[in-house]
Design a protein around this ligand. Structure first.
Ligand code: ADP
Length: 483
């Protein structure tokens, strides 16, 4: 039998097994098999990691470096990730289940985050404020100190990098708690940071459960700031825990129920194909996944028909075989998604496609689900209100522009939205009225690391990406000098 790899935390530049002898299994969702174990972190491990990060910060080992030196080390880290690109993509695909080409794309985003934010390191300068004669007043843009990052399983590398790269650029040190489902790629990233010459203690990873290692991190008095991405329930607990020490939670991203509004003058085929592609991408397990499809009445049946045609031919398979769509991340997630589908049926939505656990050769042991389409949905149904986090969409129709905006905004979430139309004025008008932080027009789907992304309403707050990340992970100090 193949030996199962047993991994520890990455603290102070070393892999350590941690205080407890307890371990957690990491399961390949495509086969249902255990592929590795990681340490089940507890308070003492978080204390150790915060201690190492604090030492690396206050000794000046990292913030004391010249900004261009930090930048070079970040670039070297990016280069090593590039060298390990194939291995990292394989590891990510195995722990998460995503198709290999999507895992490879995520490694690319990780590299880009480090490249992009390394460029900011020597460009974060303060300002001089003209106050009055004989006073020289200036504002320093300073690092925060030790920043905690609690990351989810859907984009483990990307979300690690988008938070850690800007932190490092301004001189912070970090402790990352990856999701228990997908810790392997994060440990590997931290190992590569050390190999790149980033000083010990600057990048630490503590593995473990949310309620244990995650809670210990969120409530730690040694943190200067916290960034969290995950569910609303866990996000609320993190806010309460951080409040005990008045730790600012600078970024809290809690998912979405993003609307896609298709007007009758749009390129119908492109719109439908793009939506179907979104259903398959990461098996619908994306915060910005367009899961509420709003179609203008005149084109409703054409759009539905095209989406169904594309999705009926989707090839499900094992991530490393690079299928159209891989499995869900875990059995728990599979059961959750199937529960929502049952609820949708009970509430009277019409199941137009899928709805079942996928079976067949190669699929039986993994956590696969068919792409699923509901039509005839009504506001108030659970499948319309709640984030399912699986390849399930709900399609509904609208009449006027005003009605589309009203339906789109009738959600507790507010992360992203998409508009399809050839009418430029209409797209600008609607984009301005949508209660979200990110709008795409006529496809595109994703978001650039150079631009801000985050939530409004219960999707959270804070912005990751671009200059906003630098602002969020730094603080200002005003200095008044009497001349
Ligand atoms: P999901 O429900 O999609 O699995 P979670 O919100 O539970 O997502 O998990 C996202 C991240 O938050 C994971 O790293 C998880 O371990 C962590 N987490 C979950 N609960 C807590 C908590 N109470 N305190 C801190 N971190 C938590």
């Amino acid at each position: 039998m193949k030996k199962i790899q047993k991994l520890g935390h990455w603290i102070d530049g070393l892999e350590i097994s941690g205080k407890s002898t307890e371990i957690l299994p990491v399961v390949d969702p495509g086969s249902g098999q255990m592929i590795a174990t990681v340490a089940r972190g507890e308070q003492a491990d978080v204390d150790l990691a915060i201690g190492a990060a604090t030492k690396a910060f206050s000794s000046g080992k990292w913030p004391g470096l010249a900004p261009h030196q930090r930048s070079r080390l970040m670039l070297e880290w990016a280069r090593l990730i590039g060298r390990e690109r194939a291995n990292l993509a394989t590891l990510l695909s195995k722990e998460n289940g995503k198709p290999l080409s999507q895992a490879d794309g995520e490694v690319e985003t990780t590299i880009r985050n480090l490249e992009y934010f390394s460029g900011w390191a020597d460009k974060v300068h303060g300002r001089v404020v003209p106050l009055q004669e004989n006073v020289f007043d200036y504002i320093r843009q300073e690092p925060l100190g030790v920043v905690g990052h609690i990351t989810p399983w859907n984009y483990p590398l990307d979300i690690f990098a988008r938070g850690v790269a800007p932190c490092l650029a301004v001189g912070n040190t970090v402790v990352v708690k990856p999701a228990e489902e997908t810790p392997l790629s994060s440990i590997e990233l931290a190992r590569l940071a050390s190999e790149a010459g980033i000083p010990a203690g600057v990048v630490n990873v503590v593995t473990g459960l949310g309620a244990e290692a995650g809670a210990a991190l969120a409530s730690h008095s040694g943190l200067q700031a916290l960034s969290f991405c995950g569910s609303i329930e866990a996000g609320k607990q993190v806010l309460v825990a951080a409040a005990q020490n008045i730790t600012p939670v600078v970024s809290l991203e809690l998912g979405g129920k993003s609307p896609c509004i298709i007007f009758d003058d749009s390129d119908v085929t492109r719109a439908a194909e793009s939506i179907a592609g979104g259903v398959c991408f990461n098996a619908g397990q994306s915060c910005g996944f367009l899961s509420r499809i709003l179609v203008q009445k005149e084109i409703f049946s054409t759009i539905v028909e095209t989406i169904l045609n594309v999705l009926a031919n989707v090839h499900l398979g094992y991530g490393l075989d690079d299928p159209d769509m891989g499995p869900l991340v875990s059995e728990t997630q599979l059961e959750r998604v199937l529960g929502y589908i049952q609820q949708g049926r009970r509430e009277g939505a019409v199941l137009s496609l899928g709805g079942n656990r996928a079976s067949g050769k190669m699929l039986d042991n993994g956590f696969f689900i068919e792409p699923t389409v509901f039509t005839n949905v009504e506001p108030g149904m659970q499948i319309v209100e709640e984030e399912i986090f699986g390849p399930v969409i709900a399609i509904m129709s609208f009449g006027s522009e005003e009605e589309a905006i009203e339906i789109a905004n009738a959600s507790k979430y507010g992360l992203s939205a998409e508009i399809w139309s050839r009418d430029l004025s209409l797209t600008h008008r609607v984009a301005a009225k949508l209660d979200v932080s990110h709008v795409t027009v006529n496809g595109g789907g994703g978001f650039g690391i150079e631009a801000p992304f985050g939530g409004v309403k219960q999707s959270g707050f804070g912005r990751e990406g671009g200059w906003e990340s630098i602002l969020q992970y730094s603080r200002v100090k005003n200095v008044w000098i009497n001349l």
